[in-house]
Structures are given as structure tokens and as C-alpha cells.
Design a protein around this ligand. Sequence first.
Ligand code: MG
Ligand code: MG
Length: 260
Amino acid sequence: MIIERNEEEINKLREAGKIVGLTHKYLQQFIKPGITTAKLDKLAKRFIESKGCTPSFEGLYGFPGSICISVNNEVVHGIPGERMLKDGDILKLDIGACYQGYHGDSAWSYIVGNPKSERDVKLLKHTEEALMAGLKAIHSGCTTGDIGHAVQKVANKYNLGIVRELVGHGVGDKVHMEPDVPNYGKEGKGPRLFKNNVIAVEPMLNLGTQYIYQLDDNWTVVTEDGQNSAHFEHTVLVTEDGCEILTRRDVELAAEDIVK
Ligand code: MG
Ligand code: MG
């Protein structure tokens, strides 16, 4: 069942989403060569908790970090650790925050320092474009296939591999809820979405093959051919004629959260 959220729930989802957007903004200040992914994870946890939320992914299905941090050929679910970021790395931060029992979920990809290649820059640009195309397809009465089709069209235009085993999802009092929101599909197919449904759309696009596998750590998902991957995700509220992005990125950090 796809749940229609009431005003009180929507306000909590808005707050959770806002904190997720703020956490991205906060962490961006620290994305530099030399920082470890464990440090970013620690900063994220502290920041999320300072805003009255809890990190949604901490301990979720047994996940050992507070946020997911994946680098280069790692697609998603990377575990924070002592790995030090290097100039030109593609960093993916997937952040969830829970406010009074309701979640926000947003992933974003960043280039650490100077990009290694124009291909990497374009991979990020085009994956973000795919996310935005998916969001544009949303309105009350649309289907998950409409969204997937819009994402797929952009991915195909740029000849990027679409990860199929991992999909977007409903968001609410759990991070992962019905329905699945695949990054491919046919217009008019799949479950229908209506006003006040909340979902996460999250294209994961690869420079090379669409195929992936999981490392022996039982978490990290990597591309089969070792080429780079990008991931962009927003949690959105379906409205009558569009959607409201709950994990917006144009939020303002408080003065004390800006690192001098
Ligand atoms: Mg996510
Ligand atoms: Mg998600």
C-alpha cells in the first residue's frame, strides 16, 4: 500500500528532509583530499543529532555507519572507514535523517578537489539531469513507470549504464517503503502515485556497464567493470500538479555551522 500522508506527517517529513539537505551543505565544507570517510561519517552523525534528528541508516539492516559513503566505482552502500579521499575522487554521500519518526533520504555525488576527467564531470552532470527529469514526470496520477521512463531517457541519451537491482522507494515512517521506483520503465506502467504520497527518486548511473556486484563486506556495491558511478537522490512529496522537493539543497546553514 502506498500511504497518503496527512498534514502533521508531511510537516515532520519536511523537517526531516530539511535536515538532510542541511547535512549535505554542512559536509560539503569538509570534502577535500586527505579527509577520511570515517571523519565525514562522524561529522554527519554529530550534525544530524545536533538538529534533533537521528541518522536513518545507522544500524538499518545492520549497517555499520551513520551515512553511506561510496567512492568512484562504488555505486552505493559504502561503509565509512579509514580510506582517505584523494584529488579527483567521485564521492557519493547518501544521507538519511529521522525527525520524530519520519525520514528524509537524499544522495548526492561530488568531485573531490579537481576532476580527473571531463567524463567524470559529465557523469555527475548527466545523472543529476536524470534525477531532475524523473522529478519532472511526477504529478498526482502519474505512475512509477512514468518516472523511470523519464530517468531512462536521459541515461540512454548519454549512453550511461542504469543500475537496475537498486531502485527508489516510498519514504515515511520507514526509510524504505512501497512502492519501488525503478530508474527505467514504460510510461503508464507500474503503481500510480497520488497527492501526498512521498517517494525517493534515485538514479544510479554508470560510465560503463549497468552490471554491479557486492563486495565481501556484504554492503559495498561496485560496478562490474570497475568504471565510475554516480548517484543523485531527492525525497519528494507528490502534489496535484508536480512535486515538492523535501530534501532541498538551497537551505541556509546557521552561522555556527559554517567552518571558518
Ligand atoms: Mg538514499
Ligand atoms: Mg533511498
